[in-house]
Design a binder for this molecule. Structure first.
Ligand code: PLP
Length: 630
């Protein structure tokens, strides 16, 4: 709410066209036989007058004029002499130009009626101001606090000091509840510097720089041109609002007050990216409270999260456990690989058909783990036959890792066919189900998966901060001492949770855990994983079909397409993804660039707090874009 208004003087509340300083400056210079063009003086109006004189005399052209006329007087002395002369002249001029501008009296009446206090700051000195104040008071304008730079140790505009002093004297604590009004760029800067609301006034101000008589003689078109030019300059300086006349504030103030009471509209764009993704407001709200990690309640909440995850995996808590690991999803993958695979006598086979399979191979390289890669094309699933052939050729394989939904393309790999067969061979199985867990039902226990990995910021719809591993107890119990890293020791992390009833090793992402707990509740309220899967699948179907109608071809065959994320080929060779991205971003949707190495493509995610309506809106926008661009 606006509590106070602080005005400038010349050109704002009195002295139409800000004539007084111009006349006095001209007279002061003329006294020394120097003629200064008006435009030159107007350039720095609004500064305190001594600074203004110094600034003019720093101008080489003016210096040259001075030295030509007064070769024996140095510039520093000239500053003092001209300033003294200016002070003498302005006193007389002020009295002649102290008439209130149009609209001031109405505005002041409004302010008084609404208990809004008002004051002034000025580039004039105290003695000049003392001359004006009674003249203004006689006309009904009596600002309650009046500050010159003599009250702020000589610090004037464009700094905030004078305005902050005036605000304080007016008894207001928050500068954002104050409007600063002025006609010069320095006024606007002063308001911005103090974090007040800066309002520029155009008519009768310095930027137009004409007397009332001169202005009135112009044609309407000429007047408008001058107004627009002045308004542009004030806006360029950062003015929050620009008005023609002060009386317009009578409408502006209630409008500002009303806007302040409106709830903030949701302007955040929708993330159609598969993690981080769009979360619900209620999930985000959980992060407004800070929690300690030693708290019993927090430990219980962590246990609740772990138990819920085992349940989501369709596993029994007797046979399975859930281990949470600080960091992004990759930290949990690295932690699992680095802890599951023993340091001696072990070989890891990795099925690869995209960037996340590749990343597991890279992790194995970093950790010095023997690995055999089975590589597929990016638009081909990790098929049984090729893997079985490779396993037959590599009897030394003890561990097997694969990605469920390969987020690189959105292809869904057949864990149901592969895992039970590989598990039956006595091989430990690791599934990166990062982007699918919570969005696609997975029977971890029935399939015999030893480790299933996901993270807080994918289909469970939490915020980023930790990874999670659903592990078969019998398997993880045998991994003590395997880890190649202290922080990423999955076994040790598991033991700490077990032995200390939900205590995290090292600082835990408390806010993320609370948000995640809420996300789990919302998943249950939606109807669990099957219901969420239906929503995502609906989103995907709408998107895929709609895009095809618009001429965009999916990269992945429908039979093996996941409901998580969909890749589309560029519609033409010269398709500009950045432009397309920027267009959608401006309209409120963030999409993903492609990750397929051999095909120019982009991706659109179907997961998160995103509904069929959103997809319909997105398609309408893409249709508009396509009409113009494709
Ligand atoms: C998101 C994701 C990851 C983890 O990526 P981070 O950036 O480390 O969170 C791993 N695998 C798959 C399949 C993913 O989709």
């Amino acid at each position: 709410m606006i509590q106070a208004v602080v005005f400038d003087w010349a050109g704002t509340t009195v002295d139409y066209g800000s004539q007084a300083p111009i006349i006095a400056f001209k007279q002061a210079f003329a006294h020394f036989d120097i003629h200064i063009p008006t435009a030159e003086i107007r350039l720095d109006l609004g500064l305190d007058k001594l600074t203004h004189v110094k600034k003019m005399l720093a101008n080489p052209a003016i210096q040259a004029k001075w030295l030509a006329k007064h070769p024996e007087t140095p510039i520093e002395t000239a500053v003092t002499e001209i300033y003294t002369e200016f002070q003498r002249r302005i006193t007389a001029v002020l009295a002649e130009t102290a008439q209130l501008k149009q609209g001031v009296k109405e505005l002041v009446t409004y302010l008084e009626a609404n208990q809004i206090s008002y004051g002034s700051t000025t580039g004039y000195t105290q003695s000049m101001l003392d001359r004006i104040l009674p003249l203004a008071a006689k006309q009904g304008y009596r600002p309650q606090a009046n500050v010159t730079s003599e009250q702020t140790n000589g610090v004037g505009r464009p700094h905030a000091a004078m305005l902050l002093a005036a605000i304080k004297q007016l008894g207001v604590t928050e500068p954002r509840n104050v409007i600063k009004v002025g006609d010069t760029v320095n006024d606007i800067l002063e308001g911005k510097a103090a974090h007040a609301i800066s309002v520029g006034v155009v008519e009768g101000g310095n930027l137009i720089g004409l007397s009332q008589g001169e202005f009135d003689q112009l044609t309407i078109a000429e007047q408008n041109e001058l107004r627009n030019k002045a308004a542009e300059e004030l806006e360029a300086a950062g003015a929050d609002y620009v008005v023609n006349q002060l009386s317009e504030l009578i409408k502006l103030i209630p409008a500002i007050n009303e806007a302040a009471t409106q709830p903030q509209v949701e302007t955040a764009p929708l993330l159609l990216t598969p993690g981080p993704l769009t979360t619900s407001r209620t999930v985000k709200e959980q992060m407004l409270v800070d929690h300690g990690t030693w708290d019993d309640e927090y430990k219980e909440d962590t246990q609740q999260v772990r138990a819920a995850l085992v349940k989501l995996a369709n596993a029994s808590k007797k046979t399975y456990t859930a281990v949470l690991m600080q960091g992004s999803g990759t930290f949990a993958v690295e932690s699992t690989i680095g802890t599951a695979v023993p340091k001696q006598g072990a070989t890891l086979m990795i099925a690869i058909n995209g960037a996340y399979g590749q990343r597991m191979a890279q992790i194995a390289d970093y950790l010095g783990i023997n690995h055999v890669d089975v590589v597929f094309d990016e638009d081909e699933v990790t098929g049984l036959e090729k893997i079985m052939d490779k396993l037959a050729a590599h009897p030394e394989v003890t561990h097997f890792a694969m990605v469920h939904c390969e987020t690189t393309t959105g292809i869904l790999n057949p864990i149901e066919t592969l895992i039970p067969k590989i598990h039956a061979m006595g091989i430990v199985t690791i599934v990166d189900a990062m982007s699918s867990f919570g969005g696609i039902p997975i029977n971890v226990e029935a399939l015999g998966i030893d480790y299933l990995i996901s993270s807080s910021n994918k289909c469970i719809q939490g915020v980023p901060g930790f990874g999670l591993v659903i592990a078969k107890r019998q398997t993880i119990d045998q991994t003590a001492g395997n880890a190649r890293s202290l922080a990423l020791d999955l076994y040790d992390q598991y033991q700490c949770f077990e032995v200390h009833d939900g205590k995290w090793r090292f600082t835990s992402p408390t806010h993320v855990v609370y948000a995640f707990l809420q996300a789990l509740k919302e998943l249950a309220a939606e109807g669990g994983v099957p219901a969420r899967n239906r929503r995502y699948a609906h989103n995907e179907k709408t998107l895929r079909q709609g895009m095809m109608t618009l001429g965009y071809q999916p990269v992945i065959d429908e039979a093996v397409q996941s409901p998580i994320i969909t890749s589309f080929r560029y519609p033409s060779k010269d398709f500009n993804f950045q432009k397309f991205y920027n267009y959608l971003k401006e309209k409120g949707f963030i999409i993903y660039p492609g990750k397929v190495s051999t095909i120019d493509s982009f991706r659109i995610g179907n997961i998160g707090q995103v509904f069929n309506d959103d997809m319909v809106r997105l398609l309408a926008l893409i249709k508009q874009y396509s009409v113009v661009e494709v």
